[in-house]
Design a protein around this ligand. Sequence first.
Ligand SMILES: [Zn+2]
Length: 314
Amino acid sequence: MCVDAYEIESYYALSLDPIHIGTGGSRLGRVDLPIAREPGTNLPKIPGTSINGPARAYTALATNRYFWKENNQEFSCAGRGGEGGERHCGKINPACPVCVPYGFSKGTSFSIQGLAQFFDAHILFFPVSSMIGTVWVTSPMVLSGLGLQSEFIVPDDRFYPLGEQVRNKNKLNFGWLMLNGGNGQGNLDALQQVPDIIKQRAVLVSDKLFSHIVNSNLEVRTSVSIDPQTGTAEEGALFTYEAIPRGTVFKFDVTYNSGEIFKIGGKEIKAEGNGNVGTSWVKTQVEKGLRLFEILGIGGMGTRGMGRLKILNL
Ligand SMILES: [Zn+2]
């Protein structure tokens, strides 16, 4: 029998709320709580670790491993499992649907990295309002990352319509920026995971302009910290934060490694009923968590109505 050692799955996701994934600190600048960015391009992104964390917690919720007990022992397979992973169950036969896909540590001879590896989510299509309604911008670099249209070179003062609904427009007015239309032909048909309504209103701009448009159209909100004692605003507690707007389309990859080739502490990893822990078993457990992104959200500011992310190809 042939066993796949690993499988790479690409996920497409749509933000249903603004998404705030912080950098873990504040900086001196325009906003108090900036979002994570790709250093080379300055484009906002969702780091793989910020996908892994909530996916783990939600798989734990979906499989009753958030807090659970066995033989009077208490476990929590979500999160870091205490100081050094001591609250992770670390069960490999039958395999824990959380600890095996996401990893655990029970001393040096009995730990695994996690059979699922999460990569950063990058912006594919970014919504911007214009005189002709909302359009979704993308760029040659973004599309070439998908293996599409890498041959395009768009001048910095032009846009190329990609979708039906923007095909005959020769001007695109963002209010603060006016672009002339070019006659590049695009075809996004191969991107079946992306909703038609977005593809029909997609426009291509240069890589440089893409970064500029995205960074100029992030949500910047002002909020106040509430003192939990009094229920009123804390003094000097006004702060601003950035977020990626709702309607943004992202793509991220997850690599699923097979557990069939591993032995931990001399023991094989086996699923319930002595089943195989192949790539599809790992994927099934992770997708139980990814499915909840749409309801429970990711990132910070969840209590301020942010963070819900719908995975489009589950
Ligand atoms: Zn566990």
